[in-house]
Design a binder for this molecule. Structure first.
Ligand SMILES: C[S@@+](CC[C@H](N)C(=O)[O-])C[C@H]1O[C@@H](n2cnc3c(N)ncnc32)[C@H](O)[C@@H]1O
Length: 223
């Protein structure tokens, strides 16, 4: 079995047994290779927009003898993917805005598949897109890897609850605030907001909200 980083292991842990997965932006194909080796996925499709990463993917697939269960496709997002037969779409390690454009260009996904998303940036943009376009985020969690904390979320077609501005940035508090990494994550978001606040009124407003949230959580913890 290949070894997954803690970030990718946290993504893999959200894939249900038997899932037929498309891994978009696969790069080295670590995730689909691990999923088929572990017997979680009978079959996976791995796409990447650049030939170089796809060559890395092909090399790993060949080395691990998983070519009978993994198909590789050079594609922008889900372009050219035959929609039938897939039930899980993973987008990990891409920016939130790239994820939005990939999902917006493939509306068929919503009728057929669940999403597992690990956005590296612009998470509020991604959450806003999802909740305004018929997706319900059903789980939010945090994974720590090499000193970084990564938000990961899952979504399926459905009616979302209302989100506050802070929740667009951090995730629905009822889903995320009990995560063991949440306070550390909040501190990191606060530090970023401190840097941006002098020239960005939205960051200044968020900073105030993050401060209130932290005081509430610490107060609740000390009771
Ligand atoms: C940082 S790597 C992430 C690899 C892997 N998913 C992970 O989480 O470790 C991002 C990969 O996404 C690919 N990528 C970027 N935009 C893409 C798009 N629109 N469609 C498909 N792949 C894309 C890049 O070529 C790159 O290989």
């Amino acid at each position: 079995m290949i070894h997954l980083s803690p970030r990718l292991a946290a993504v893999a842990a959200l894939v249900p047994p038997g899932a037929r997965v498309i891994d978009v932006g696969t790069d080295h194909a670590m995730l689909p290779v691990w999923l088929v080796q572990a017997g979680i996925c009978p079959f996976a499709l791995a796409t990447d927009i650049r030939p170089g990463p796809l060559e890395n993917a092909a090399a790993l697939v060949e080395k691990t003898g998983t070519g009978d269960r993994i198909r590789l496709l050079l594609a922008d997002g889900l372009a050219g993917v035959e929609p039938d037969g897939w039930d899980t779409v993973v987008l990990a390690g891409l920016g939130g805005e790239t994820m939005v454009s990939i999902l917006a260009a493939a509306p068929w996904v919503q009728d057929r598949a669940r999403l597992i998303l690990e956005p590296q940036s612009k998470r509020a943009v991604l959450r806003r897109y999802l909740i305004e376009n018929g997706w319900r985020i059903d789980r939010e969690l945090l994974a720590e890897d090499a000193g970084h904390i990564y938000p990961i979320l899952t979504a399926a077609a459905g009616q979302p609850p209302a989100y506050s501005e802070v929740e667009l940035h951090l995730g629905l508090l009822s889903q995320i605030e009990s995560d063991p990494l949440f306070l550390a994550y909040l501190d990191r978001r606060k530090r970023q907001a401190v840097k941006a606040a002098p020239y960005d009124p939205a960051a200044a407003a968020l900073l105030g909200e993050y401060g209130k949230l932290k005081r509430r959580l610490i107060h609740a913890d000390s009771r």
